[in-house]
Write a protein that binds this ligand. Structure first.
Ligand SMILES: NC(=O)c1ccc[n+]([C@@H]2O[C@H](COP(=O)([O-])OP(=O)(O)OC[C@H]3O[C@@H](n4cnc5c(N)ncnc54)[C@H](OP(=O)(O)O)[C@@H]3O)[C@@H](O)[C@H]2O)c1
Length: 321
């Protein structure tokens, strides 16, 4: 089958190890099934894998990709939950120390077929296209958990989203706006700020700009480049939820401000199957469709990886096998 895979790790030049070509079909283990992929979405995670973050050289070659929607062995339209927990784990699978994401220990979703545990399949509602459904399991699920579970956002709050154009950031804007939250965003790019306003942001600011007032919550995925601004933008008692560090993970901690203003810094990672189910329902009820920057044939995946690497993307890049 055709697949997108990593055959070498290169921290400085991630696309060097990117291959698109024929590989053997996946073999499902006991309790697993094979999904014929109809759409698969690209995430920053796939670039991290090529850089060797979360993917070790001894696991190569490895099919990349966490996100897929397709048809299961019984002909059902399904969305694939990307968090693979250990068989014995019960409860919130994001807390399982032995969990992995598709493409870290098991072959990923950027392929014509992907093997997954049966418990990781959710029904895909007919109203949701395969392409839109494939956007949800990583970036959108992460945004849902950051905002509602870890951030406890409620209507009327003001939330700052750093780095407006990213997959997680665009999801935060649309989910927040649909839930009655005032969403402020920052971006380095004027075009992305304009796009963020169209997606539902209330105001968009150039990265690092002093805000008109302090906010209740900050959603952070950019890391080093925006961390100080995130901490300084919070009201006393406010909460910063962090799920990524695209620009680097060693900013000054701003400890004095954290303790003096009694700020909470909360980590968040992916989400549970139940949260994915609620996210899908919320998208249907509010008629939310994840913005898709480009849809490309799987054979042209390199083009999508290049665009994500250059950062000139608003929303998701989707591949159709
Ligand atoms: N913990 C988890 O479970 C989880 C899940 C999903 C994602 N993540 C992480 O979250 C991060 C975002 O993921 P994504 O898929 O949304 O990535 P993405 O689509 O590539 O978005 C990255 C965004 O970060 C901003 N950015 C990048 N470099 C920057 C810099 N030097 N200065 C300022 N802003 C910068 C950009 O914002 P502007 O260009 O608009 O300024 C861009 O929109 C990644 O690091 C990813 O690994 C973690």
């Amino acid at each position: 089958m055709l697949a997108v895979y990593a055959d070498q790790i290169n921290p400085d030049d991630p696309l060097r190890g990117l291959q698109v070509g024929e590989v053997p079909d996946p073999t499902p283990q006991d309790g697993w099934t094979t999904v014929t992929v109809r759409a698969a979405a690209l995430n920053h995670h796939d670039l991290w894998s090529l850089r060797g973050v979360g993917l070790s050289a001894d696991a190569l070659p490895m099919i990349l990709g966490c996100d897929a929607a397709g048809i299961d062995g019984d002909g059902n339209e399904v969305v694939v939950h990307a968090v693979i927990s250990s068989d014995s784990w019960r409860g919130d699978e994001t807390l399982d120390p032995r969990r992995s994401l598709l493409s870290e220990r098991h072959p990923g979703a950027l392929a014509q077929r992907v093997a997954v545990p049966r418990r990781n399949l959710l029904p895909k509602p007919a109203e949701l296209s395969f392409a839109h459904a494939a956007c949800l399991p990583t970036a959108w699920l992460t945004a849902y958990r950051m905002l509602f579970t870890r951030g406890q956002a409620t209507p009327g709050m003001t939330v700052l989203v750093q780095g407006a154009g990213g997959g997680v950031a665009t999801a935060l804007i649309m989910l927040g706006a649909a839930a009655g939250i005032r969403v402020w965003v920052t971006s380095r790019s004027e075009a992305k700020r304009t796009e963020a306003l169209k997606l539902g942001a209330d105001q968009a600011f150039e990265s690092g700009t002093r805000l008109p007032e302090r906010v209740d919550l900050v959603m952070e995925t950019v890391g080093k480049a925006t961390w100080a601004h995130s901490v300084r933008s919070l009201k006393p008692g406010g909460t910063l939820v962090v799920s990524g560090a695209t620009s680097g993970d060693a900013p000054p901690a701003e400890l004095t401000r954290v303790f003096f203003l009694q700020l909470s810094v909360v980590g968040s990672t992916m989400g549970t199957r139940d949260e994915l189910e609620r996210l899908i329902r919320f998208c249907l009820e509010r008629d939310i469709q994840p913005p898709i920057h480009a849809t490309l044939p799987l054979a042209d995946a390199r083009e999508g990886f290049q665009a994500l690497l250059e950062g000139d993307v608003v929303g998701k890049i989707v591949f159709t096998p």
